[in-house]
Ligand binder design. Structure first.
Ligand SMILES: Cc1ncc(COP(=O)(O)O)c(C=O)c1O
Length: 443
């Protein structure tokens, strides 16, 4: 057995030994389509020569200089690339090594902002149930992933509370219009502000498109505008977690561009470096950064590897390739194709209740009975079975259980690289459909 503490400890995972384009190769020589880019990470696929060259060049030049004394060229250039044009008013960047670290930084920046402007009583953050913001204790406490929170509940801070997600498939009432449902959710958020104290809340935090926990759940039109209005009414910040849904995954560089709002602080990670280096970051608006600059003059936070030169060089190259090759257009085109393919294959499937997503970020929700939306017995671990059945068919996908409440529900995500071709999209949906049938036949 391996000496690594793997995610599963009773069976060693296969060894991945190579990757090219959308394909991964394991030590047994199997060629596997990376149909989810890991966890929506490998946006350029594997082995991209431009990114590899940029990493090599940076390694030759400079690997590390501590940020208490120095900045470095790739970090400055990456910040310029991301916020030089002030998208949605976001003017500054802060780079860390993961999505969880990005969310920790977002929370601390929000808290420090209110200290700087003389509102120390703001100590609460409202997030949503069935969300995920990371696995470090602050990010885990912020998130609403019931299954991941449960074992660590005694360690989680009580600064965080949770309202309902926007999840029309299960939560929109019969006969309720989209507008009425959105209004109900806005009222729920407002009620939570009132319950906590109207001047006690620092921020409302949400994934713009909910990723792994709920399975590519997009918000209804007007939802984020309504949430923003509630935040503005009570002077709280809007933090959008685009660790999974951002950097082009949904067809626009930022997922919020399709929602008619922009956040005060945004977290990014997976598609930022595409897996070529561990990197995450936050983008923050001028209002927030100015408060710190004019106040204490420091951000009271930091990590040894923040703004790491090699990680920033890789991310810069990834972002430049996305722009240079016009890959967002491909995300949109392949996304439309994938939506059509999924509806063709699963639209009338008796065990698929919902097909949802945007861009190259799609999920199917598996159900025992389509009409009643009943779920499979969680003990059957249907989602896990699909993962292995898909692997047998040469497809890596990203299934998850506990869709509804951390225990009940199964979904499967496809979030392939932005470079995927038309034929490859067909192959991915074919293989997923085959895997689902394999599992159902054996239940
Ligand atoms: C929306 C969201 N936020 C935060 C995180 C945490 O990122 P990381 O695993 O890089 O710490 C994830 C990871 O899946 C995520 O999907």
């Amino acid at each position: 057995m391996s000496q690594i503490i793997h995610r599963m400890l009773r069976k060693d995972p296969p060894l991945a030994v190579g990757g090219q384009g959308i394909w991964l190769r394991d030590a047994r020589g199997r060629e596997i389509i990376d149909g989810s880019g890991g966890a929506a990470v490998a946006c350029l696929g594997h082995g991209h020569p431009v990114v590899i060259e940029a990493i090599k060049a940076q390694v030759d030049k400079l690997c590390y200089a501590h940020t208490s004394l120095f900045s470095c060229e790739p970090a400055e250039e990456l910040a310029e690339e991301l916020v030089g044009h002030k998208p949605g008013g976001l003017s500054h960047a802060y780079f860390v090594s993961s999505g969880s670290e990005a969310m920790e930084a977002a929370l601390k920046l929000a808290r420090q902002y209110f200290l700087e402007i003389g509102q120390p009583e703001r100590t609460k953050v409202i997030a949503r149930r069935q969300s995920y913001h990371g696995n470090t204790l602050g990010a885990l406490a912020l998130g609403g992933n019931a299954a991941r929170r449960e074992p660590y509940a005694p360690l989680l801070a009580d600064a965080f509370s949770h309202v309902s997600p926007c999840y029309p498939y299960r939560d929109q009432r019969d006969g309720e219009s989209d507008a009425d449902y959105v209004e109900r959710l806005a009222e729920e958020l407002e009620d939570e502000f009132m319950r906590l104290g109207r001047d006690k809340v620092m921020a409302f935090c949400a994934e713009t498109v909910v990723g792994a926990t709920l399975g590519c759940a997009t918000a209804l039109p007007g939802y984020f505008k309504a949430m923003r209005e509630v935040c503005d009414r009570y002077g709280a910040l809007l933090i959008l977690d685009e660790v999974m849904s951002g950097m082009g995954r949904t067809g626009t560089l930022h997922a919020w561009e399709q929602e008619g709002v922009s956040p005060d602080i945004q977290a990014i990670a997976k598609g930022l470096g595409g897996g070529y280096q561990p990197i995450g970051g936050i983008l923050a608006g001028e209002k927030v950064v100015k408060a710190l600059r004019d106040g204490s003059g420091t951000f009271k936070h930091g990590h040894t590897y923040q703004a790491h030169p090699v990680a920033c060089a890789a991310a810069l190259a990834v972002q430049q390739v996305i722009e240079r090759d016009g890959l967002l257009a491909n995300v949109r085109a392949r996304g439309e194709q994938m939506e059509a393919l999924l509806h063709e294959r699963f639209g009338n499937h008796r065990h698929v209740g919902d097909i949802r997503g945007r861009g190259l970020f799609w999920a199917i929700e598996l159900v025992q009975d389509r009409a009643g939306k009943t779920v499979f017995d969680p003990a059957l671990a249907v989602n896990e079975r699909v993962k292995y059945a898909a692997l047998e068919r040469g497809l890596a996908c990203y299934p998850m259980g506990g869709t509804i409440d951390g225990k009940r529900g199964d979904h499967v995500i496809l979030s392939p690289p932005y470079i995927s071709s038309e034929d490859e999209a067909v192959m991915m949906v074919d293989r997923l459909a085959g895997a689902v049938e394999d599992v159902l036949a054996r239940l």
